[in-house]
Design a protein around this ligand. Structure first.
Ligand code: BGC
Length: 796
């Protein structure tokens, strides 16, 4: 076990006002060292990350250069490095300046974002490099979320592939395209754990699980930053929104969060730690308050955990005007106080509020912050700029920009990512007694119905993407010939007319099969897109029911940034695919999937609710003292044996589809889970020696998976554990491994996982990561709800 993180927590350096129960530290230094070391090994390994490249922000070779620049800087220039503005769209609170050029010339700006025109970028950069006294380059940022030009599926869709290497390749493409345009910093990945489908930003992340989320977080960072951060085609990553943003109460964006330290450490922090371990150059502090302390002014998370425990050396930027928002949050009476609180808590760069520009010099000059604290923040910014190689290569080659966009192999990658992101939710028998999907390759007449069948904007919300998108309608017409595909809008997304509905019904009656493209527009998920109702918006449900009533076979394709509650569909529509927002090649990917050239293998990364009233809904919940299990709703709730349980009286507890669920055109059978030992040793797992009672320090779990169908398929095999008898209640199941295997028809593959100590470590009642004695269950299963566990014990 290595002690690679500093274990001294300088509590005394935190402002008094912020010393809440959050900032209490263990009194024994040794305990402290052990638990940080444990935490370090636990979460790093859990995230399956490899060591960050030596050329990144951790490169010790940067230190000398940072110090030499720092020495030459005036206080005004130092503050300037901590100031960021949005020089393009959108404008909003904190924006609206027009004097960026003058400010850059005076060394008053460190970063600009939302400037997409490479000519503009060079124009500003020329001022920084030629007019400003110290020639410190500007770093240009942008929200490059799921591709820059070549749009990939939204992150929720990408995560549904359960394939970190694919995510890494997708973000590499994004980095190559964005960097060619002059963008060297993306505000991505969003690694917030999302347990509530009302929260629209669920679309931007990897779902509800910290293990999967950590693997994805690291994959994005590796992809963006490449093997060398200073390569011209690498961009700095920014893990956001630190931290707890996804736990917004009621699923309402920007709302407050209350998260216990146990839950924070075990669920919300691991993906951030994985991003840090993978070498992310930056983090973004979130909008939300966390247990009463706004995340943009929280020294416990920004200093104690991020810097002292994790040893992060990159830069922390606030979210949009989040420094200014400390005023409405109610912890700052004015801009100067807001700037002081954010700065002292550990926010290095102020995104758009201008409050650092307005007040930070005075804050330092008056002794409210020390010059050393200012230098530290500037160091973080300079490190990133130096690590990016911006001093050597500040300009973008304007002539070469578009050459980087829309390479056919990148569009092909986006298409395969889309195919692998689709989750087959249902595929029942149609009139011929066979599953409706895949469609027969004959010359059927297809009616493409619904508002999203042809909408070229469905794939994304990326403002700069304008490439060759192909809609579902266009792709199907290409596939089966124009004369066989007929288009009926049926309704709008939010509105509709009787005439459109009638025309669609008539169209379906004449066709052999109806493909319904329903769901949400891209604007209905993402930021500021919380929903209180999760059903199909507008008249789409009415349209769906009317088409199903025709008796024609129906395939429903749901486009959305979250699961939608459409229980009627899951009872009456034979085939349903969750297509998320599938990106530039979504149309062809769907056509290939419908006709079986691509076999769905995506699995849900969020629990799919039956009704909005179940939210927040997540598989890794606690058992409670009165577990209801899968409540039998046919037994009346006024039956006393059924009533006083943790249940709803009017709905099942279980989701419509559990986390990890996803179908295929073939079928898989799982053999039982076999484990290499029935006895593990907590002492040995914690790095010590097994006591006399014995017990192993590692476990191999394996299962045979057989393809029992008639076509080849890929299966995402998942491993879950449950710990019982620990000092803190642990979830009913926790994901600790996953592997994708390709299996030929009739073939059986053995899938094995090695469970290392970190799989069993929990944030315990003494506020430390360790392995405790417990009863252990291990499942290797197709999702989070099925399978029979193997049982073992962790001895003390
Ligand atoms: C969002 C961030 C984003 C930033 C800059 C904010 O409103 O919360 O995720 O990076 O804007 O566009």
């Amino acid at each position: 076990m290595s002690f690679s993180v500093p274990c001294v927590i300088p509590l005394y350096s935190l402002p008094k006002a912020t010393r809440s129960k959050w900032t209490k530290i263990p009194t024994h230094a040794i305990v402290c060292c052990v638990f940080f070391a444990l935490l370090n090994f636990a979460v790093r390994a859990q995230a399956q990350v490899t060591a960050p490249p030596a050329s990144g922000i951790a490169d010790p070779g940067l230190d000398k250069r940072v110090e030499s620049i720092l020495q030459q800087m005036t206080i005004e220039e130092k503050v300037g490095q901590l100031v960021q503005y949005s020089a393009g769209q959108p404008t909003g609170p904190g924006t609206g300046r027009t004097d960026y050029a003058d400010m850059i010339a005076r060394g008053q700006i460190g970063s600009l974002f939302n400037v997409i025109d490479p000519h503009e970028i060079n124009k500003y950069q020329k001022i920084a490099m030629e007019k400003a006294r110290l020639h410190i380059p500007i770093v240009f940022g942008l929200d490059v979320i799921h591709g820059f030009k070549t749009e990939f599926p939204i992150p929720l869709g990408l995560a549904s592939t359960w394939d970190p290497s694919l995510v890494e390749r997708a973000s590499r493409v994004a980095a190559m395209e964005a960097s060619a345009d002059g963008i060297r910093w993306t505000f991505s990945p969003m690694v917030d754990i999302a347990r509530d489908a009302r929260w629209g930003r669920m679309a931007e992340g990897a779902g509800e699980d910290p293990f999967l989320g950590s693997a994805m977080a690291a994959a994005y960072v590796r992809g963006y930053q490449g093997s060398r951060l200073d390569a011209p085609d690498s961009i700095a990553a920014c893990a956001k929104h630190y931290v707890g943003y996804g736990a917004a109460e009621g699923g309402r964006d920007y709302n407050s969060t209350e998260i216990s330290e146990h839950t924070l450490r075990q669920y919300y922090l691991p993906p951030f730690h994985a991003a840090v371990e993978a070498g992310t150059a930056s983090l973004m502090s979130a909008f939300n308050s966390l247990n009463g302390v706004p995340s943009t002014a929280n020294p416990f998370t920004l200093k104690q955990i991020l810097r002292n425990e994790w040893g992060f050396r990159g830069l922390v930027v606030s979210d949009w005007n989040a420094v200014g928002e400390l005023i409405p949050h109610g912890i700052a009476a004015d801009g100067a106080t807001a700037a002081r609180k954010a700065f002292l808590a550990g926010v290095d760069m102020d995104m758009v509020s201008s409050l650092y520009h307005d007040h930070l010099q005075q804050i330092v000059n008056s002794g409210q912050a020390t010059p050393a604290e200012l230098d530290d923040a500037v160091r973080h910014v300079l490190r990133v700029k130096l690590a990016l190689g911006l001093f050597e290569h500040p300009f973008v080659d304007e002539a070469g920009v578009t050459k980087a966009f829309y390479h056919p192999e990148n569009i092909a990658l986006a298409q395969s990512a889309a195919e692998r992101s689709f989750v087959l939710l249902r595929n029942e028998n149609g009139p011929g007694g066979k599953p409706v999907l895949p469609l027969a390759t004959g010359a059927e007449n297809i009616a493409v119905i619904g508002p999203l069948g042809e909408d070229s904007s469905y794939p994304n919300g990326v403002p700069q993407g304008s490439g060759p998108r192909v809609s579902l309608m266009a792709a199907l017409s290409q596939r089966v010939g124009k004369g066989h595909v007929f288009r009926f809008k049926g309704s709008g997304v939010l509105d509709g007319s009787d005439d459109d509905l009638v025309a669609a019904v008539e169209g379906a009656q004449k066709a052999d099969i109806a493909i319904l493209a329903l769901g949400e527009t891209p604007e209905m998920s993402g930021e500021a897109a919380s929903r209180a109702y999760l059903g199909l918006p507008g008249r789409q449900q009415q349209l769906l029911e009317a088409i199903v009533k025709t008796g024609k076979p129906v395939v429903l394709i749901l486009f959305s940034g979250r699961p939608l509650t459409v229980p009627w569909a899951f009872e009456h529509v034979p085939a349903v695919i969750a297509a998320w927002l599938p990106g530039i090649a979504g149309g062809p990917a769907l056509a290939r999937t419908l006709f079986g050239e691509a076999n769905p293998s995506g699995k849900l990364v969020v629990s799919w609710p039956r009704t909005v009233g179940q939210e927040p809904l997540y598989y890794n919940h606690l058992n409670t003292g009165r577990p209801a299990g899968n409540t039998d709703l046919t037994r009346p709730p006024n039956d006393i044996t059924e009533r006083y349980l943790s249940r709803y009286i009017d709905e099942e507890n279980t989701p419509q589809f559990p986390f990890g669920y996803g179908g295929s055109y073939t079928s898989f059978r799982y053999g039982g889970t076999r484990i290499s030992t029935q006895h593990l040793s907590a002492a040995a797992l914690n790095g010590g020696l097994a006591p006399a009672g014995g017990g192993a320090a590692t476990m191999i779990a394996e299962a045979d998976v057989t393809n029992t169908g008639s076509r080849a398929g890929e299966e995402v095999v998942q491993l879950y554990i449950q710990l019982d008898g620990t000092s803190v209640a642990e979830p009913v199941r926790a994901l600790k491994g996953f592997k994708t295997v390709s299996i030929a028809p009739g073939e059986t593959k053995k899938v094995a996982f090695e469970l290392k100590p970190e799989a069993f470590a929990i944030w315990n009642a003494r506020n430390e990561f360790s392995v405790e004695a417990a009863k252990l269950k291990v499942w290797i299963s197709p999702d989070s709800a099925r399978g029979t566990p193997a049982e073992a014990e962790i001895l003390p």
